[in-house]
Design a protein around this ligand. Structure first.
Ligand code: GDD
Ligand code: MN
Length: 369
C-alpha cells in the first residue's frame, strides 16, 4: 500500500494538435469539459513550438484542469505524427483526436465514446459527408480540393469511408496498436493512414457533423500540406516496396533526363554548339534542375537556404559527377567484358548512379540536422 493518492488512468485521451491557437485553448477545454460528463478524460495538447503563447494558454488552463497535459515538440511538424506521439504518451483505452481551433463539433465526443464502449465499433468518426453533416462555409475551391483528395484516398483504402479526410475521430487503443507500426505519419491525414495500415478493415461508426468556421487564429493549409498528402498516398501505395523519398528522387531524375535531351537538342540546332559544348550545357541544366526540384520536393522538409543552398549545390554536383563516372565504369564493363546488350548495360549503369546519387546526397547534401 502506498499513501500516494494515485490518479486513475482516464478512459479517454483526447489528443489535440495545436500550432498557434492561443485564443482557442481555453474555450475549447471549456466546451470539452461541458460535454464529457460521466467520462474520465484527459487532453494532451501536442504543440509544435508555437510562437504566439499557446503553451502559456495551455499552462493557464491546466492549472484549473489537472487532466490537461502538454507535449511540446521542437523541430517537428504535422498533425499525423502529433496524434501518434500524443496517443503514445497516454495509457487510456480510448484515443480521440480533434482540431484545436473549435472547427470540430465537440458534441460528437460522447456519441463517439458510446459507440466504442458498445464494442460494436473500432473507430467512431465525425463525417461531413453523411446525412446531417456538411462542409459549413467552405468556398468552392476548398470544397473541390477536398473532393479530389477524398476520391484519390479511396484508391488506397479497402474500406468504404464517407469522409477519409476527417481529422476528427476516436479509436480503441488495441486497434491503434495494430496500425501504429505501419503508419506513414506524414502530413495531416492520420485517419486515412490508420485505416490503410490496418490488417483488416475496421468497423467504423460515422457520425454527422457540420464543419464550423474558424473564428480565431489561421488555417495551416498550404502547399506543404498538399505535398505531404501526395507523399502519404504514394507511401501507402508502394511504400512497402520502396521508400517514397527514393520514388520522388527517381521521378525528378527522369525529368532531368528529359530536360537534358531537350537542352542538348536546342544547343545542337538553334545554338549551333559543338556536341561537347551542348552536352556540357545540358548536363549543367539537368544537375541544376534536379537540385532545385529535390530541394523543394524530395527533401522539402530539409530545404537548404542561403549559403547552405550554395554549398548543397556544390556537393550535389560533385556527387552526381562521381555517380556518372561509376555509371560509365559499370556500363562499359557490362557491355565490353560481359558482352551484355547495349540497353541492359546502359540501364544498369543508370540505375547504379541513381542509387548512388540518392544514397550519398541524402546523407551529405540534405543531411538531417
Ligand atoms: N502540432 C501541430 N503541428 N498541430 C498542427 C500543425 C502542426 O504542424 N498544423 C496544424 N496543426 C493544428 C492546428 O493548430 C489545428 O488545431 C489543427 O491542427 C487543424 O489545422 P488547420 O490548419 O485548422 O486545418 P484545416 O482546418 O485546414 O483542416 C482540417 O480539415 C481537415 C478536413 O479536410 C483539419 O481538421 C483536419 O484534421 C481535417 O482532416
Ligand atoms: Mn482548422
Amino acid at each position: 500500500m502506498t499513501n500516494i493518492i494515485a490518479p486513475q488512468i482516464p478512459e479517454l485521451c483526447l489528443v489535440i494538435p495545436v500550432l498557434n491557437e492561443r485564443a482557442n485553448i481555453a474555450p475549447l477545454v471549456g466546451l470539452i469539459d461541458g460535454v464529457l460528463v460521466g467520462i474520465a478524460w484527459e487532453v494532451i495538447f501536442v504543440d509544435d513550438d508555437s510562437r504566439d503563447g499557446t503553451r502559456t494558454a495551455i499552462a493557464d488552463i491546466a492549472a484549473q484542469h489537472p487532466n490537461v497535459r502538454l507535449l511540446h515538440r521542437i523541430g517537428r511538424r504535422g498533425l499525423a505524427s502529433a496524434f501518434v506521439e500524443g496517443a503514445q504518451a497516454s495509457l487510456a483505452p480510448l484515443i480521440g483526436v480533434m482540431d484545436g481551433d473549435l472547427q470540430h463539433d465537440e458534441r460528437l465526443l460522447p456519441q463517439m465514446v458510446e459507440a466504442l464502449r458498445s464494442g460494436d465499433y473500432d473507430i467512431a468518426m465525425g463525417s461531413r459527408h453523411v446525412a446531417g453533416g456538411g462542409l459549413g462555409e467552405w468556398d468552392k475551391t476548398r470544397a473541390g480540393m477536398s473532393d479530389i483528395a477524398t476520391r484519390l484516398s479511396r484508391a488506397v483504402l479497402k474500406t468504404p469511408v464517407s469522409d477519409p479526410m476527417s481529422g476528427f475521430f476516436m479509436i480503441r487503443r488495441p486497434v491503434f496498436e495494430q496500425a501504429v507500426r505501419g503508419l506513414s505519419a506524414i502530413g495531416f491525414k492520420i485517419l486515412l493512414d490508420i485505416i490503410a495500415s490496418l490488417p483488416t478493415p475496421p468497423r467504423i461508426k460515422e457520425l454527422p457533423y457540420v464543419f464550423r468556421s474558424r473564428v480565431a487564429g489561421e488555417s495551416k493549409l498550404d502547399a506543404g500540406v498538399l505535398r505531404d498528402f501526395a507523399l502519404l498516398l504514394i507511401d501507402k501505395l508502394i511504400g512497402h516496396i520502396v521508400p517514397v523519398r527514393f520514388v520522388m528522387f527517381a521521378f525528378v531524375g527522369a525529368l532531368g533526363i528529359a530536360a537534358h535531351l531537350l537542352v542538348l537538342r536546342i544547343g545542337l540546332t538553334l545554338g549551333h554548339l559543338g556536341f561537347a559544348e551542348a552536352q556540357l550545357s545540358a548536363t549543367g541544366v539537368a544537375i541544376l534542375g534536379n537540385f532545385l526540384l529535390n530541394n523543394i520536393f524530395t527533401f522539402g522538409d530539409r530545404r537548404l537556404k542561403g549559403w547552405r543552398f550554395v554549398g548543397g549545390l556544390a556537393t550535389f554536383s560533385l556527387i552526381c559527377a562521381v555517380g556518372a563516372v561509376g555509371n560509365l565504369g559499370v556500363a562499359s564493363f557490362l557491355f565490353g567484358a560481359q558482352h551484355s546488350s547495349w540497353w541492359f548495360a546502359g540501364l544498369i549503369g543508370a540505375a547504379m548512379s541513381l542509387v548512388w546519387n540518392y544514397a550519398v546526397s541524402s546523407v551529405i547534401t540534405w543531411r538531417r540536422r
